[in-house]
Design a binder for this molecule. Structure first.
Ligand SMILES: [Zn+2]
Length: 64
């Protein structure tokens, strides 16, 4: 299973995007969000990590 070229998460084959450029480089993106941010040459910043943590916290609260 390939990993997303942008966020490094596992790429589920039928769901994501696979781009092959003229040089034959293959890039995998798990979502259009990752593809757009990668095209904008954004690097994965702290926002991505904090966003995930907040989601996890919200899920924990919902369970309690
Ligand atoms: Zn991704």
């Amino acid at each position: 299973m390939p990993k997303c070229s942008y966020c490094g998460e596992d790429y589920e084959f039928p769901r994501g995007l696979t781009l092959v450029n003229a040089l034959g480089h293959i890039r995998y993106y798990c979502s259009s969000k990752c593809r757009k941010y990668a095209l904008m040459n954004r690097t994965k910043g702290k926002w991505a990590q904090t966003e995930k943590k907040e989601e996890e916290k919200a899920e924990e609260k919902a369970e309690k």
